[in-house]
Each structure stands twice: as structure tokens, then as C-alpha cells.
Design a protein around this ligand. Sequence first.
Ligand code: NAD
Ligand code: ZN
Length: 234
Amino acid sequence: MLITANDRLFVLTGAGISAESGLATFRGSGGLWNGYRVEEVATPEAWQHDPLLVWRFYSMRRRDALAAQPNAAHLALASYEQQLGDRFYLCTQNVDDLHERAGSVRVHHMHGTLFQSRCTRCDRVFPDQSFYESAAALPACSSCGAPVRPHIVWFGEIPLDMDAIDRQLNRATVLLVVGTSGSVYPAAGFVHIARQRGACTIYIGPEEPLNNGAFDQILLGAATEALPALLLHA
Ligand code: NAD
Ligand code: ZN
């Protein structure tokens, strides 16, 4: 039995868990994310240089995510949360909302979410499903009038609520990592922290991640197959 009802499970998911829902990963396509270099669309410099291009990119990501459906891997995690309750914590690098739509509740989006936007001056965060695709349509804050940006943690920015993540990593007995290449830090370092603190570390995905040496077990396979199979043994 890999995971028991007494374990505290910390799950880290990456773009790979949403791949079978039709959302592109970016390592899988020659380092491009939906045809763009990440430096062009997902950095503070990209925003300074061309906010319209950044908003066009994230408007497309909103369209893609709205059209996608959660898959069997998202559903398996939601049912596992139902069994483990507060002993379950899901930290995702994904900005889509497929975990929530599968029924997960204890979800932390460390890299932000597609369906929120944020004022660049007063930091007000608000729900937002709009598409901004022309210079005339670029959004401004309703409180202070400053430009509004996607509520996304770009490369070079600090992930959201690292304190909560650290507290959860401290108490976890099992770290389960699904569908992430192990190349984006600090998320790629969670496995080292969990291992130091005595947790069992498991990776699920079709290929070995870059940080493969830190996992006790690597289950090679698609998330929709390996994840429900793993959880059935619990
Ligand atoms: P990545 O693109 O670097 O790596 C994707 C990983 O998924 C690879 O290791 C690949 O082997 C694995 N994978 C592919 N198909 C899979 C499947 N069917 N089942 C399980 N695993 C599969 O992604 P990353 O490591 O998450 O880093 C990407 C960064 O870009 C993150 O910071 C994230 O915020 C962002 N991003 C988000 C989304 C999304 O929200 N859906 C999509 C692309 C990128
Ligand atoms: Zn404002």
C-alpha cells in the first residue's frame, strides 16, 4: 500500500496533468508555450514591453481553459481529497481551473490563476473571465485607474504564499508530484525539502523529471492512468 488513511499527502501538479485535457505543456513543444517563447509573454519584462501581446496570450489561455474539461487524473485527486480531508493539500503550478472543476477544494495556485486579474498599482485582485485583445480594450482598475494585469506569477516573480506551502511540506508524510518537468524553481525543490523531512516521494508522468534523483518511486505513465491506479491501492 503506497498511501494510507493516516498519511498526510502533499500533491504538486504541473502542466502534464492538464495535457490530456488538451491544454499544452510548454516543454513538450520545443520550449515554446502555444507557439510563444515564455520570455515574450510570461515575464515582467514582456509586460513592460508589450502588454497587449501579454493580454492576447492570456486571453487565448482563458479561451482554451474554458473549453477544456477535467480528466480522470483531476477527478482521482478530488476523490482522494474527499477521503483524506484536511490531511490532503494540493499545490498546483497550473493556472487553469480544472482541479476546482473536478471538485478539489484545498487547492493552492502557487503561480496564480487565469481567471483572476490584478491592479498593477493598488494590487486589488478580482475575478475576471474577459478577453482583452485590442489596444482599446486593455483593462484599467475600477478603483484607481491603473493598468490591470493577469494575476499570474511570471518567471522572475515570487510564487504566492510560500509560507503556507512550507508549513504543509513540513507535515507531509507523502509527496506526490504529477506531470511537471522539474525545471521551474522553487517548485522543483519541494521534493528535496520533503525528503529531508522524512516524507516518501513519488513522481507520476510519462518521462523522468530533471530532479528524478530525489524521488523514492517514479511511476512512468500518463497521469490519467497512473494516478487513479495509485489511489486505488490506498
Ligand atoms: P512543463 O511543460 O515544463 O512539463 C510538463 C511535464 O508534464 C513534462 O515533464 C511531461 O513529461 C509531463 N507530461 C506530459 N504529458 C503528461 C501526462 N499525460 N501525464 C503526466 N505528465 C505528463 O510544465 P511544468 O513543469 O508544470 O512547468 C510549467 C510552468 O508553466 C508552470 O509554472 C505553469 O505555471 C505554466 N504552465 C501552466 C499550464 C496550465 O495551467 N495548464 C500549462 C503550461 C504551462
Ligand atoms: Zn487599482
